[in-house]
Design a protein around this ligand. Structure first.
Ligand code: SF4
Length: 327
């Protein structure tokens, strides 16, 4: 599979009154054509900021991409002008957000909102755009498409609105779809339907998906490749089967342990002790050290780097450093 997007040493910082928050800190990964890469981790680990940085949605004075490159089919997105980036967004790369209600305009009818990118990016006539909007509503599995096109967002359920967001996102046949927690606010049946729709489009159009989620059930169902982020850094990555069968980083192990298992009754679900560190107080240590049961002296003073720990699997953890293993 050919690389579609390569993110190299991306760092995105936010400047606050209390100091600089390194929300994304030297992150590198790629998404290949037709591949689904899931980015997982707790809230505040930098998943969404990574996606926003790719989309060019981190803007000064609040935040800034301070380092790195984002190569998309030979172009560095960080070097594109605002106009070039705008034409790329919605055409070649598009994004679905977690809360459809806050992404859609409450005073515009659904049909108009689907038509807008078709009129702007694809230069369709109003009549053609309306026809295509109806087709897209049908494509995401909603019946009575004409009637829905003439409805306002508040008249639809959360599941229907998320389908509409997908319809808008795929209207330009994007090569890369970034979905940020697209099913978090939905019940499990609707969640399964939404994931099905995404899978269908991926297969029909050889589309790549970058899926951000904290739900390991979604990861197991959708991912080809998994990236685990913690405190703005990648701490483990690998092929989905490998990573689920043999997680190497203690944080990934904790995440998998905290996932409920059907038919296994327990009094209490496991949760990783402690909390993600305050991003303003990060030191030159393993950021997971005060939550890790394997913490060693070196973990408190030196940061481990991401290294091969198996076939198609990397982890940033001192437990796997050669010198320590053979000491
Ligand atoms: Fe735990 Fe040390 Fe590995 Fe960090 S580097 S995850 S503290 S063993």
């Amino acid at each position: 599979m050919k690389d579609l997007i390569q993110i190299n040493h991306l760092s995105t910082h936010f400047h606050t009154e209390n100091g600089t928050v390194k929300a994304v800190n030297d992150v590198s990964f790629r998404v290949r054509e037709g591949e689904t890469v899931c980015i997982v981790g707790e809230s505040g680990c930098g998943k969404s900021v990574t996606a926003m940085s790719i989309m060019g949605l981190v803007e000064e004075p609040g935040g800034k991409v301070v380092d790195g490159q984002i190569h998309f089919e030979g172009r560095d997105l960080l070097k594109l002008s605002k106009n070039e980036l705008r034409s790329l967004r919605g055409n070649e790369i598009s994004m679905i957000f977690q809360e459809p209600m806050s992404s859609l305009n409450p005073v515009l009818k659904i049909g108009q909102q689907i038509m807008e990118p078709l009129l702007v990016h694809q230069k369709l006539s109003k009549k053609e755009a309306r026809k295509r909007a109806i087709e897209l509503i049908e494509k995401v599995g909603i019946s009575r498409a004409e009637q829905i096109a003439d409805s306002y967002p508040h008249e639809l359920s959360g599941g229907m609105l998320q389908r509409i967001m997908i319809a808008i996102a795929i209207s330009g046949n994007p090569k890369l779809l970034i979905a940020d927690e697209p099913t978090t606010a939905l019940d499990v049946t609707i969640q399964a339907q939404i994931l099905d729709i995404l899978r269908q489009f991926k297969e029909q159009n050889n589309m790549s998906i970058m899926l951000i989620t904290h739900d390991l059930g979604v990861v197991a169902e959708m991912a080809d490749y998994v990236i685990v982020m913690y405190a703005g850094k990648i701490v483990e990555e690998g092929e989905v089967v490998q990573l689920f069968q043999s997680p190497k980083h203690p944080y990934t192990q904790g995440l998998l342990k905290s996932k409920p298992i059907i038919n296994q009754r327990t009094d209490e679900l496991y949760s990783i002790p402690g909390q993600v560190p305050n991003p303003l107080e990060l030191t030159e240590s393993c950021y997971f050290h005060d939550r890790c049961q394997h913490c060693m002296d070196i973990c408190r003073t030196k940061q481990p780097v991401l290294k091969e720990v198996g076939e198609q699997q990397k982890a940033a953890c001192w437990l796997y450093e050669e010198a320590l293993v053979h000491a």
